[in-house]
Design a protein around this ligand. Structure first.
Ligand SMILES: Nc1ncnc2c1ncn2[C@@H]1O[C@H](COP(=O)(O)OP(=O)(O)O)[C@@H](O)[C@H]1O
Ligand SMILES: [Mg+2]
Length: 210
């Protein structure tokens, strides 16, 4: 299987007033195309900081990526995510790499409708007109199991249930045909039956999208 992401010796620390937190101590892993990789560990063991470091979404300072390499084998050759410019990073985030975090309440913008948020990300990364982006947004909402996509497009996040908000986050994560989707405990904030539905959704999307 072709490797799509190769992480080597990732070390991230936080320099706080109370001392240095060794959050990630030399993590290495490979991710192959089409593969699902789960990072397992107790609370506080550095799972979130590991994946946030890859997208450079940790607050710096106090955080600092001390060493490591994260080679992403995207469509235009291997690139070290830890050494990209801010512009390259913005292009990759939500584009070639989609992500879903634990709490959809804080990941979605409360003052924009679902439609505005999905259409914004689609027009930013794909070269589509607004009309085409809207059509794609409707298809995406349907594909993540949101009933009445036309209606939901005009809703604000607070008008949706937690499970529906997380489906919207997944729609945004896959909106631009990403090569990798990073999901950090995407079901923790949801109740058990909805958790199972979201896990099933991820499985189905992986089969459909590879
Ligand atoms: N902004 C921050 N400032 C200081 N320490 C942090 C910060 N973010 C995370 N940490 C610390 O990094 C460690 C790893 O956290 P995290 O990756 O969130 O764990 P988890 O495996 O539960 O996702 C923890 O000790 C946490 O307290
Ligand atoms: Mg975490």
């Amino acid at each position: 299987m072709a490797i799509i992401l190769e992480v080597r010796d990732l070390k991230t620390r936080f320099y706080t007033v109370d001392g240095v937190v060794h959050a990630v101590n030399g993590v290495s892993f490979d991710l192959a195309k089409g593969e699902t990789l789960a990072i397992v560990g107790e609370s506080g063991s550095g799972k979130s900081v590991s994946v946030m470091s890859l997208l450079r979404l940790i607050p710096m300072p106090p955080g600092r990526i001390e060493s490591g390499q994260a080679l992403f084998y995207g469509s235009d050759g291997p690139k070290d995510l830890l050494r990209l410019s801010q512009k390259e990073l913005r292009d990759i985030r939500g584009g070639a790499i989609g992500f879903v975090f634990q709490d959809p309440a804080t990941s979605l913008n409360p003052i924009l409708t679902v439609g505005e948020q999905i259409i914004e990300i689609i027009t930013r990364h794909l070269h589509l007109s607004r009309h085409e982006a809207r059509e794609r947004a409707l298809q995406l909402l349907a594909s993540v199991g949101i009933p009445d996509p036309e209606v939901r497009l005009g809703c604000y996040p607070f008008q949706l249930s937690g499970g529906m908000r997380q489906r919207v986050m997944i729609a945004i994560a896959i909106a631009c045909n990403p090569q990798i989707v990073i999901a950090d405990e995407p079901t923790t904030a949801l109740d058990v039956t909805v958790q199972a539905q979201i896990v099933e959704l991820f499985k189905r999307l992986r089969q459909e999208l590879g």
